[in-house]
Design a protein around this ligand. Structure first.
Ligand code: ZN
Length: 274
């Protein structure tokens, strides 16, 4: 397995959360990074079209916008509200020049996962006209089952593939995140299936620390944990995937570091472990 190319390195703005988006874009570009995935919170108070231009002027590709989703709700009125927020995300992605939105699909404690998945599928299908009009795709990101209570009822790549197959649109695919999927014995075969469906839209990497001390904000940098990233990347690339390898790390510990030093570590970790 040859080392991952810097040309395919994308970093999520959340990874270097202390930096404003303008700083992230300038520092990533100066370090040789080629892609950026933009989290919506970084766009607050900004002209989104101009921000997209600024990113491209740095020589970076806008890989995706994070995130839409959170479809399930008890009442129809709340489900309609969720759809409106997703329509707003599609408009933002269009303005930014992002071809893709990553979906954290949502779940409700107290509502069955089956019912939540039904609401998620209906919600995504309802957005197809807007996706088509804006030429923006949506990627279902299955989340690790530890988030099945309140963040996503889609917990395996198999479930995401089932949904993609049922909706059956070139605008709907999957974001495969190694952090969420590494443990799944069906990962290789479901990646192959996802490739066959032409639905593998994004690949996210970081690592799983032992012990993990926070369910959200204790992800590891690649090489700090137990995820076989090179093996998973080989499965991803065997599907014909030619997109970016996206570094997405939420870490209170790493956000506390000097972010310039951290960026150097990210690039080193990417070259050694992905
Ligand atoms: Zn992810």
């Amino acid at each position: 397995m040859s080392p991952a190319s810097l040309d395919r390195l994308c970093i999520h703005t959340i990874t270097t959360k202390p930096w404003a988006i303008e700083t992230s874009a300038a520092k990533f570009a100066a370090a040789g990074v080629k892609g950026i995935t933009v989290w919506r919170d970084t766009l607050a108070g900004r002209d989104i079209t101009k921000t997209g231009q600024l990113i491209r002027d740095e020589g970076l590709s806008v890989v995706s916008l994070c995130r839409g989703g959170f479809f399930p709700a008890v009442t129809a009125a709340d489900r309609a509200k969720a759809l409106d927020d997703n329509r707003l995300a599609i408009a933002e992605a269009h303005a930014l020049g992002a071809p893709l939105i990553v979906l954290v699909c949502g779940a409700l404690p107290g509502q069955s996962l089956t019912e939540s998945r039904k609401q998620i599928q209906e919600g995504i299908a309802a957005l197809l006209p807007e996706c088509q009009a804006a030429n923006v795709k949506l990627a279902i990101e299955p989340l690790h089952p530890m988030y099945a209570d309140s963040r996503s009822a889609v917990n395996t790549l198999g479930q995401a593939n089932d949904m993609v197959e049922a909706i059956h649109s070139p605008y709907i695919g999957v974001a495969a995140d190694a952090y969420h999927l590494w443990w799944d014995p069906a990962l290789e075969s479901e990646l192959t299936r996802c490739g066959r469906l032409q639905a593998l839209f994004a690949f996210h990497v970081c690592d799983w620390r032992t012990p993990t001390i926070d369910l959200l904000n204790d992800r590891g940098l690649m090489g700090e944990g137990c995820i076989p990233l090179k093996k998973i990347r080989s499965w991803v690339e065997a599907t014909g995937f030619q997109g970016f390898n996206e570094v997405e790390v939420f870490s209170t510990r790493l956000w506390a570091m000097d972010q310039d030093e951290y960026l150097k570590k990210i690039i080193q970790a990417y070259q050694q472990h992905v």
